[in-house]
Design a protein around this ligand. Structure first.
Ligand code: MN
Length: 464
């Protein structure tokens, strides 16, 4: 017999409502939401008075078990998803690394199915990665979409950067097929030149990293991408890890000109940290070496303003490397440091505390940014991203009274530092339910490796 569970008396954040009520779960699904719901005999009861019930967090930008050639991201699909769960995230969509040169489009998807199977503790999907363009690759985009891969990543920098002509063909195909194109936008030519110039001049400390990747180099690439998407007939375009204010202005202008299918993601690090982190003594700055780099306080302020309406999602770009053994590779030359930082567990607590509790964003907007919009944009809605009858019972109970200090000692990613060490948060996810199973109970994780399932994603749903 299917188990039943009644979560009683919490503030339920619904699609258009925030009302005290109950959520009734049978098996893996929500079967009722309402006031004073009767419980079956034998139903498990969770008392949630004074707590907030949100749909499980969805992080659509992670890099678990990422192979960067000379090293590997330190979290695999077990440790990374355990950390995610403890931070109130019940689904991820991972961005695979590059495969061997010339590989088929499904090469990395097959690889990632192997990496995740038997390990993930929450549900997961994969974006595809496009590292070269030919008619076969374009055709495969449509084929893989039927297997649940309905979004693709293109890079404008790194080894497998695409030319504008290649990007244009991908966008045309995406427009035809209703697929989402996620882009890492940075101007490769400028960055390549600045990096090699700094190294030649002996400017190899971490503080040169942000100078080698200027905000305008990101903004230029964003503008180029959105114009290419416009040329391709308003192809669905998703800007990942937006870090600067100028890029946001370009996005706002394009929408005003009539390009609605343009979406933007930012990450907690770009909202809460800035380039002063690179000025710390010793090699501390390497902990924050990521691409794009942390920007100026003005950029942070601009992004916070953008969260009200123009930025659609908050994801993490979680890509952890041990400071002592991996990041330290950059101690004499920042260009040798693996790029990325942990953050999968801190996302929901930070955005709830800094956003909702500090009254910068509403509770509803917080849920849109962290769960509902990611679900819609990446083809998981309404199975996920919403507390409603028929949806997966992915529910996070946040206790707004809990105060916590974020520290690597009590966080769970397999890594030796937190980018938010010592940060105080008000409010924390205390219970996490994934498809009807309690996987975090009063802050303690208890579930089996491999219980997470692949999410065959449908096509995107437009937000505007
Ligand atoms: Mn990334």
């Amino acid at each position: 017999m299917e188990t039943t569970m009644l979560i009683k008396g919490g503030l339920v954040v619904g699609e258009n409502t925030e009302t005290p009520g109950d959520v009734y779960i049978r098996g893996e699904r929500i079967v009722a939401v309402g006031k004073d719901l009767p419980a079956d005999k034998g139903a498990k009861i969770i008392e949630a008075q004074g707590k907030i019930l949100i749909p499980g967090g969805i992080d659509v930008h992670t890099h678990l078990d990422l192979d960067v050639g000379f090293t590997r991201a330190s979290d695999d699909f077990y440790t990374g998803t355990v950390a995610a769960a403890l931070g109130g995230t019940t689904a991820i969509v991972d961005h695979p690394g590059f495969g061997p040169a010339g590989c088929a489009l499904d090469h990395q998807i097959k690889t990632y199915h192997r990496l995740a199977a038997g390990k993930a503790v929450i549900d997961y999907g994969f974006h595809g990665v496009i590292q070269q363009v030919d008619p076969g690759i374009l055709e495969q985009m449509a084929v893989l979409a039927e297997e649940g891969i309905t979004s693709y990543k293109v890079y404008l920098t790194y080894d497998y950067k695409l030319s504008d002509g290649d990007v244009y063909q991908v966008l045309e195909q995406a427009q035809k097929q209703g697929l989402m194109i996620a882009v890492h936008p940075e101007n490769d030519g400028v960055i390549g030149y600045l990096r090699s110039r700094f190294v030649k001049e002996g400017k190899t400390a971490a503080r040169y990293h942000p100078l080698s990747r200027p905000a305008a180099a990101e903004a230029e690439a964003i503008n180029r991408m959105l114009l290419l998407a416009n040329m391709a007939g308003d192809a669905p375009l998703y800007i990942v890890h937006l870090s600067n204010k100028q890029g946001l202005t370009f996005i706002q202008d394009a929408r005003k000109r009539g390009q609605p299918h343009l979406y933007a993601e930012t990450c907690p690090q770009y909202l809460l940290l800035d380039d002063r982190m690179y000025e710390q003594p010793g090699y501390e700055g390497l902990k924050y070496l990521m691409c794009p780099p942390l920007r100026k306080p003005e950029d942070r302020a601009g992004l916070w303003e953008g969260l009200a309406a123009d930025i659609d999602t908050v994801a993490t770009d979680h890509c952890p490397f041990f400071f002592e053994t991996q990041k330290i590779r950059g101690k004499d030359d920042f260009t040798q440091c693996p790029s990325g930082a942990p953050g999968i567990e801190e996302r929901i607590p930070l955005l709830f505390s800094e956003g909702v509790m500090q009254q910068r964003i509403s509770l509803r907007r917080f849920v849109d940014l962290c769960s509902t919009n990611p679900a819609k944009l990446f083809g998981m809605y309404p199975q996920k991203g919403v507390i409603r009858e028929g949806s997966d019972a992915d529910i996070v109970i946040i206790d707004p009274e809990v105060k916590k200090v974020l520290t690597q000692r009590t966080l769970h990613a397999r890594v030796d530092y937190s980018a938010y060490e010592g940060w105080e948060v008000q409010g924390y996810p205390t219970w996490v339910i994934s498809r009807g199973e309690v996987i975090v109970r009063e802050g303690i994780f208890a579930a089996n490796p491999g219980r997470g399932r692949f999410i065959p994603r449908k096509r995107m749903q437009a937000l505007r």
